[in-house]
Design a protein around this ligand. Structure first.
Ligand code: NAP
Ligand code: MG
Length: 399
């Protein structure tokens, strides 16, 4: 069999623990036999990050800027216990945070749906993709707890010396205060990423804030989205027959629950935090959520939404065969290969990405499942398999 050719490399970021084991299985069984795989490899596993003082993460992010497409394995974000466990020189920051800061992107998360596992919300027949703004608001706030009477004011001093001041509240008793901020540049790049992703995936885009109550803060989000849409994306949306829809956040929540899915829901930072957990739980399993970081200048980084599945890795180290679900990691690869095929105009590569997804879904729908899914299965007979058996069942279908 002749292997499918590639032109430009994909930036490959290896990772940690159980997902690192799955990573190799996926490459050996599902990619290398079929593709002349061209990647630029960065080892983001914790030992290598430690050895390079985290330079490898920065290099990987810059490589995504150069080549436009990356695929990342889950990685450990070290805490005190990990510093001890891996004898680290320091407590490195989250690799995803580092990559996001360099690419300045928006994270889109979407569930993988299969026939045989229904979402808790029975009318959700298509995936709902959450796009979360990843800068500012309550995540960068300043807060004060007051224990006496007194007056709170919000003051802005412009660089030309102009002072704008608003009374927040004249406290007659103890209370609490907070101030939040966001930046036009960040909101604008969030908007661009969302409109571009809607076009790339040919889905409607929903966005919601509380602009009727927050007449300056939230209203600015609404205005910037509308302006960016009108100036740059309206014609393309019309051509594709997709819609940009803005509403209030409470109305959006009600409509999401009543909907059949099949759109992108752009959320402010806090809304995205809360709603992505609700949506992923209602769709079934974290192991079936894909995640892609899209930068405003059109670079894509694909990964699974879950972590390194530490508990399974400790079992693996004891010599046990685990039944860890590799689906989201397989879809990270198919996402990256599909995008590479599209960018380089390689229809064979793009078609392979589709076939890989179809073979994965067909395997699941035949009732061949990892243990995390067997309890959710609704179609009678089910076979719980190990990760390797699952991947080999996909390979048979692919071949
Ligand atoms: P996790 O790795 O997502 O796993 C949490 C639990 O969810 C697992 O113990 C397992 O439950 C279940 N699970 C998750 N993915 C699964 C899969 N593919 N197949 C089967 N079950 C799966 O989260 P965590 O244990 O909180 O974090 C572990 C490490 O991952 C941490 O060091 C964290 O820093 C890192 N992390 C990385 C990323 C990333 O790179 N994007 C994201 C999140 C966390 P059972 O044990 O009940 O089977
Ligand atoms: Mg959260």
């Amino acid at each position: 069999m002749t292997k499918i050719k590639m032109v430009t490399p994909i930036v490959e970021m290896d990772g940690d623990e159980m997902t690192r084991i799955l990573w190799k299985m996926i490459k050996d069984e599902l990619l290398i036999p079929f593709i002349d795989l061209k990647t630029e490899y960065y080892d983001l596993g914790l030992p290598e990050r430690d050895k390079t003082d985290d330079k490898v993460t920065v290099d990987a992010a810059n490589a995504i800027k150069k080549y436009g497409v990356g695929v990342k394995c889950a990685t450990i974000t070290p805490n005190a216990q990990r510093v001890e466990e891996y004898k680290l020189h320091r407590m490195y920051k989250s690799p995803n945070g580092t990559i996001r800061a360099i690419l300045d992107g928006t994270v889109f998360r979407a569930p993988i749906l299969i026939d045989g596992i229904s979402p808790v919300v029975k009318n959700w027949t298509k995936p709902i993709t959450i796009a979360r703004h990843a800068y500012g608001d309550i995540y960068r706030d300043v807060e004060i707890r007051t224990t006496q009477k007194g007056k709170a004011t919000l003051t802005f001093t412009g660089e030309d010396g102009t002072v704008t001041s608003e009374e927040v509240y004249n406290f007659e008793c103890p209370g609490v205060l907070l101030a939040q901020h966001n930046k036009d540049t960040s909101i604008r790049s969030f908007a661009h990423s969302c409109f571009k992703y809607a076009i790339a995936t040919k889905q409607d885009l929903w966005f919601a804030t509380k602009d009727t109550i927050s007449k300056k803060y939230d209203h600015t989000f609404k205005d910037i989205f509308q302006e960016v849409f009108d100036v740059e994306y309206k014609d393309e949306f019309e051509k594709l027959g997709i819609v940009y829809f803005y509403t209030l956040i409470d109305d959006a929540v009600a409509r999401v629950i009543r909907s059949e899915g099949g759109y992108i829901w752009a959320c402010k930072n806090y809304d995205g935090d809360v709603m992505s957990d609700m949506v992923s739980t209602a769709f079934g399993s974290l192991a079936m959520m894909t995640s892609v970081l899209v930068s405003p200048d059109g670079n894509y980084e694909y990964e699974a939404a879950h972590g390194t599945v530490t508990k399974h890795y400790y079992k693996y180290l004891k010599g046990e065969q685990t039944s860890t679900n590799p689906v989201a990691t397989i879809f990270a690869w198919s996402g990256a290969l599909g995008k590479r095929g599209e960018k380089d105009n390689l229809p064979e590569l793009a078609a392979f990405a589709d076939k890989l997804e179809k073979a994965t879904i067909d395997t699941l729908e035949a009732g061949i499942l990892t243990k995390d899914l067997t309890g959710l299965w609704e179609k009678g007979e089910v076979k719980a398999v190990t990760s390797l058996e699952f991947i080999q069942a996909i390979r048979q279908r692919l071949a």
